[in-house]
Design a protein around this ligand. Structure first.
Ligand code: BG6
Length: 496
């Protein structure tokens, strides 16, 4: 029998100890099990979690609109894991995972789903929880939540909902109403996988575990901030989702705004979900509505030729914008956000430009200011890096100044092996009942409210050549400052 007291059996939170024996057995119901996210991240992530020692006893029921038998689903899952799992797949690990993996098509309705979950539960050694992962487009979310109600799969359940949560304020509110009519708020986990990235959480550690930077983390010392997430990927295989979504809904109203909140929030009173959520919410409440004159929407040349995309599509595959947080800490500091597909390079950076000294004793030809202001740069990529740049003296006679930097990379900690991929981390947190890195309904509604001017009155898309850095308008948006990417100087190599 379990060591968990019977009265605690379905308490809403379990301590996030990382000890799987403290977690209840689970049946994970994966909606959208044959979709792009399941293939690239969720199935490989579940495979890794299941042999990482972090996962409790678990069965997985995949479901989607496709009619597949078990064998076809196993074949799909294996090929997804082979293509996207980190490292080679150990045959025994796959075999164990395969035995836990079941499939039922959604077209057979709520009863078949309930039946498949019941059968999966019979394979657990004791009563467990259910975790419903909705890896589906926002337009399908309501129907699936209702199906869960009809299938009687609400009790002992938690539900992870993928972004974007709704497509505007009205749809987000109506989705929240449906969800809250069926699930209680503490059962709902709205996922934003950027917050599950090791590097995003390191922003919290960096800011609030040190006394060094927080005193200068404000408008008196910071000139502007860039959150820049260019991607080299195009959208060919996801056109049907993307055409109705676009870069703003797919990336900005979700990931970039969430990262911005970690960067801009006040120190939370403690490291627990409510305190962090309160501070993020204050940031969103202080943000000014998006000013459409400060937005550049772009579309890469050739996008309209993709099957499933309208010939005259106005869907943006690129967006850059300036936003402002009108509070005591940040008033007057521009936050520049940029993201897009099919761009010159892939990166995920937050770059903080510090104010320049008020007076300089160095002559103009010394190199002072020649490489822009001092920057603190977080690289949110999986290799997670940090750089602080400053002017220093070039060795030799006279006083020539060069831009130098202090740099740190995750691999230097010796803990690289322990890094959980963002989805792995967040699925594990949801199983533990830990809401800290999930987003609140209020925040989402507020972000849609701030986005309304842009959604209602979007500027026309400007075309840009594939593998460029976006349309020409992006330079005017940020002038007299300049985009950090592409970097003038690269990151230092591991052994340099
Ligand atoms: C997803 C978006 O949420 O995030 C994708 O839907 C995007 O369009 C992806 O490519 C980027 O995430 P990551 O973790 O690869 O930076």
């Amino acid at each position: 029998m379990s060591s968990v007291a019977e009265s605690d059996l379905f308490a809403s939170t379990e301590p996030p100890t990382g000890d799987p024996t403290r977690l209840h057995p689970h049946v994970i119901v994966l909606f959208g099990a044959t979709g792009d996210l399941a293939r690239r991240k969720l199935l490989p992530g579940l495979l890794r979690l299941s042999h990482s020692g972090l996962m409790p006893e678990c069965q997985i029921v995949g479901t989607s609109l496709e009619e597949l038998d078990q064998l076809q689903f196993h074949t799909f899952a294996l090929s997804a894991c082979k293509e996207f799992a980190r490292g080679d797949i150990v045959a025994d690990h796959w075999e164990e995972f395969r035995e836990r993996l079941h499939y039922v098509s959604q077209v057979h309705g709520p009863e078949s789903l309930a039946d498949a979950v019941w059968h999966a539960e019979q394979r657990l050694s004791r009563a467990g929880r259910r975790l419903h992962y909705l890896s589906i487009p926002p337009t399908a979310a309501k129907a699936v939540v209702e199906t869960l109600g009809q299938a009687n799969l609400v009790e002992r359940s938690r539900i992870i909902m993928e972004k974007p949560f709704g497509t505007d304020l009205a749809s987000a509110k109506s989705l929240n109403d449906v969800v809250h009519g069926i699930f209680s708020p503490d059962q709902v986990y709205r996922i934003d996988h950027f917050l599950g990235k090791e590097a995003a959480q390191n922003i919290l550690a960096f800011r609030f575990a040190n006394g060094l930077f927080e005193p200068i983390w404000n408008r008196n010392h910071i000139d502007h901030v860039q959150i820049d997430v260019p991607e080299t990927l195009s959208v060919d295989s996801r056109a049907s989702f993307y055409e109705g979504t676009g870069a703003f809904r797919d990336m900005v109203v979700t990931h970039l705004f969430q990262v911005l909140a970690f960067m801009a929030m006040e120190p939370p009173t403690s490291l627990e979900p409510r305190s962090i959520s309160e501070e993020k919410n204050k940031v969103f409440r202080s943000m000014l509505p998006i000013d459409v004159t400060q937005v550049v929407r772009g579309q890469y040349e050739g996008y309209r030729a993709i099957p499933g995309v309208a010939e005259d599509s106005q869907t943006e595959t690129f967006v850059a914008l300036k936003c402002e947080i009108d509070n005591w800490r940040w008033a007057g500091v521009p936050f520049y956000l940029r993201t897009g597909k099919n761009l010159g390079d892939g990166a995920r950076i937050i770059s903080i430009a510090f104010r320049e000294p008020p007076k300089s004793m160095f002559p103009a030809n010394s190199g002072i200011g020649a490489h822009g202001p001092d920057h603190l740069t977080f690289d949110l990529a999986d290799s997670s890096k940090l750089s602080l740049s400053f002017y220093g003296k070039r060795p030799g006679p006279g006083m020539q100044l060069d831009k130098l930097s202090l740099q740190f990379a995750l691999h230097e900690t010796g803990h690289e092996i322990d890094v959980l991929e963002a989805y792995e981390r967040l699925i594990h947190d949801a199983m533990s009942g830990d809401h800290t890195l999930f987003t609140a309904a209020d925040d989402i509604e507020r972000l849609w409210e701030l986005s309304a001017p842009l959604l209602e009155n979007p500027p026309d898309v400007e075309l840009y050549p594939p593998r460029s850095w976006g349309p020409p308008g992006i330079h005017d948006l940020i002038a007299p400052d300049a985009w950090r990417l592409p970097f003038e100087r690269g990151w230092r190599k591991a052994d340099a």
